[in-house]
Design a binder for this molecule. Structure first.
Ligand code: BTN
Length: 333
């Protein structure tokens, strides 16, 4: 595990090399600034190269870092992150069972707030409704721990808030216009590119903490994921935001997403939930469609006509408006 707050030698070397880009930095200068032997510097450079950094080394000149913004290390995400709370502490894993489980563990420490847990790959990724979430390398798998100081009924707004923040961040950084599917899916050309899972702990009518899990198919092979998921889940296609041969930075997307999320989180804190609903509906593929909703108690059909202030879907059927708080929807073709 690496974190954004325990500065390691690796992190320090990257910072020094970045500050000299595109020039070379001599091994001697590096070893002096770090208080390390030349051999130790070389060992760390080797380690960074094995982690994916492109570092050129030239006799008499030293080391030069080539730009690469596809590495998800916490110091890369922190560098340029424009938030006050969300992501101030980042925990990074190459492989983990589930970032959601780690964030739930962190929640036991009362001072942890806004912390982000990110992994390159999850072995036990969890989806909504107890489903498996296939999480290979190339995706962005992260969880955010929040301790909002408002009433529990606001919890149901978080899937909407998060998917909206993500859609806006995708629009701004990748120039793709995603759509939002109630309750929390982000789709591109009707294929799901991201999903959101909220775990909440509510105590004596107050929110103790929320863990927001976000799974983004950033650069994955949809066919590989489709192979691994159960037939019942294949309600609609799986997509990827970026194709394998395309160049795009996951770090820039993550930074933008965390900033968009924090800004909308602050909107809720100041009771400005109307804007969130309006913005969500503007991007929604659900409103106006005839849908089938599957909940734990059965299925209902109707026309999606709006979103209630709690985030519930307003369904019109046989002249009556019904509020649906949770479930899965499919569109009638
Ligand atoms: C969905 O079913 O649409 C929600 C998927 C949420 C997946 C994310 S990936 C990061 C976090 N860790 C998990 O185990 N799940 C969530």
């Amino acid at each position: 595990m690496y974190t954004s707050f325990d500065q390691t030698t690796l992190d320090k070397i990257v910072t020094l090399l970045k500050s000299h880009q595109p020039e070379f930095l001599s091994g001697e200068k590096l070893s002096k600034s770090l208080g390390l032997s030349r051999a130790a510097v070389w060992k760390n450079i080797k380690k960074l190269q094995s982690l994916g950094y492109k570092i050129e080394s030239k006799q008499n000149l030293g080391y030069r870092l080539h730009p690469n913004n596809s590495l998800l290390f916490p110091w890369e995400i922190s560098d340029g992150l424009q938030t006050d709370t969300i992501g101030r502490k980042i925990y990074y894993f190459d492989t983990i069972d589930s970032t959601q489980n780690f964030a739930l563990e962190l929640a036991r420490k009362p001072h942890e707030n806004g912390s982000v847990v990110i992994a390159e790959r999850q072995t036990q990724g969890r989806g909504r409704l107890n489903r498996k979430w296939v999480s290979p390398k190339g995706g962005i798998w992260l969880s955010i721990l929040l301790r909002p100081n408002f009433e529990p009924s606001y919890t149901s707004l978080f899937p909407m808030l998060t998917s909206l923040a993500l859609a806006v961040a995708i629009e701004k950084t990748l120039k793709i216009k995603p759509e939002l599917k109630w309750p929390n899916d982000v789709t591109v050309n009707s294929n799901k590119v991201a999903g959101i899972l909220i775990d909440a702990s509510i105590e004596s009518n107050a929110i103790d903490y929320l863990v927001i899990g976000v799974g983004i198919n950033f650069k994955i092979k949809p066919s590989k994921i489709v192979k691994e998921i159960k037939v019942g889940q294949k309600k609609y296609g799986i997509g990827t935001l970026v194709e394998e041969n395309q160049k795009a930075s996951p770090v820039v997307l993550i930074q933008q997403f965390l900033a968009e999320l924090e800004s909308r989180y602050n909107d809720i804190i100041s009771d400005n939930t109307g804007t969130i609903r309006k913005e969500w509906m503007k991007r929604s593929s659900t409103i106006g469609k005839n849908v089938t909703v599957t909940t734990t108690t059965g299925t209902t059909k109707g026309k999606a006509v709006g979103i209630y202030k709690t985030g519930a879907l307003l369904l019109s059927s046989r002249g009556k408006i019904q509020r649906v708080l949770a479930g899965d929807i499919t569109y009638k073709r």
